[in-house]
Design a protein around this ligand. Structure first.
Ligand SMILES: Nc1ncnc2c1ncn2[C@@H]1O[C@H](COP(=O)(O)OP(=O)(O)OP(=O)(O)O)[C@@H](O)[C@H]1O
Length: 303
């Protein structure tokens, strides 16, 4: 744990995230920074080349921290630029899903999250890479990845749109074959979905890896194995009640490295962004490689 007054901050605001107007938020950020003598820059994302713009701002300025105000997509862009640097990531959760912020115990209430600007602690969390591409939260292959892809390609946002795509895909979905070699064991067989989990729960609150710890130097590969369609409701219930590990259709491989052979070229997403990494996916743990800004009460909580 580190306590350091943050004196110069960058705020990356996604104006459309969560369909919430951000003008008032921007005013509040300015007021708080002025009250606490914090210098600041504000970048409002455009949806085009945001990563390049933030990267250039980071190269030009010596920030003590970067806060995102948006959803998981905005967090993922900024976090990927801060891995293995001394600059911590802060999150003001304002997306339609705010998965990482919930797993980190960051307040979901905006006013409380804004207090992190002047009252905070800094801790390190693990990240993983898939063929060199960083994943901070959850990545997966299979059913959920197909839904994420359909959701990203559709024009509408929000949990309703996600549920519609999931329902459309569910009845016709066939499990795919994977071979997974970890530093400890090997799995080969069919799976409905394969989640590479550094964290616990998706932004929707579905907890795929309830016992995952964000700073234990390990990640989990969480498999949902083929199940009769009628068992779907029970699995969904377990996902939303932190009890998926009790399902007979789940398997968990805890590891530090893994090679996943995506033998049927199933769709993949990394932290919500669909990506094609080919048949062989090398997953590597990077212990404590990202600094995060947390509420003071999270100083020794299990993350
Ligand atoms: N000004 C903008 N106009 C249109 N799209 C934008 C703009 N800024 C960012 N985006 C897009 O917003 C998406 C990221 O949104 P983000 O994840 O932060 O919020 P969300 O979708 O509401 O929440 P979540 O991902 O948690 O569901 C990216 O696809 C990005 O390209």
């Amino acid at each position: 744990m580190e306590i350091k007054k943050l004196k110069n901050l960058l705020f990356v605001i996604n104006p459309i995230a969560g369909d919430i107007d951000k003008d008032e938020l921007q005013e509040e950020i300015i007021t708080i920074c002025n009250e606490h003598n914090v210098a600041y820059d504000i970048y409002r994302t455009t949806g085009e080349k945001d990563k390049e713009v933030v990267k250039a701002l980071l190269a030009k300025n010596q920030y003590d921290g970067v806060f995102t105000a948006g959803g998981d997509g905005t967090v993922s862009i900024v976090a990927s630029l801060l891995i293995e640097t001394d600059t911590p990531l802060g999150i003001i959760p304002l997306g339609s899903g705010n998965g990482l912020s919930k797993d980190l115990g960051i307040p979901q209430d905006t006013e409380e999250a804004l207090e992190l600007i002047h009252q905070n602690i800094i801790r390190n969390i693990d990240t993983v890479t898939l063929n060199g591409h960083p994943s901070i939260h959850l990545s997966d292959l299979g059913f959920n990845a197909l839904v994420v892809k359909g959701f990203c390609e559709g024009g509408t946002r929000g949990p309703g749109a996600y549920a519609r795509v999931a329902l459309q895909e569910y009845l016709g979905y066939e499990s795919k074959v994977y071979r997974i070699e970890t530093d400890l064991e090997t799995f080969e067989g069919k799976a409905f979905m394969v989640t590479i989990a550094n964290a616990n729960a998706f932004g929707s609150n579905a907890s795929i890896n309830p016992n995952g710890v964000l700073n234990d130097g390990r990640f989990e590969i969480c498999l949902i194995e083929p199940f009769p369609k009628a068992a779907g409701i029970a699995i969904l219930y377990k996902l939303y009640t932190d009890s998926i590990d009790t399902s007979v259709y789940t398997r968990r491989l805890s590891c530090k490295t893994a090679t996943i052979y995506n033998l049927e070229h199933e769709v993949l997403h990394i932290d919500g962004e669909p990506i094609d990494l080919g048949e062989k996916i090398e997953v590597q743990m990077h212990p404590k490689s990202l600094k995060v800004i947390l509420p003071e009460y999270q100083d020794d909580a299990e993350l």
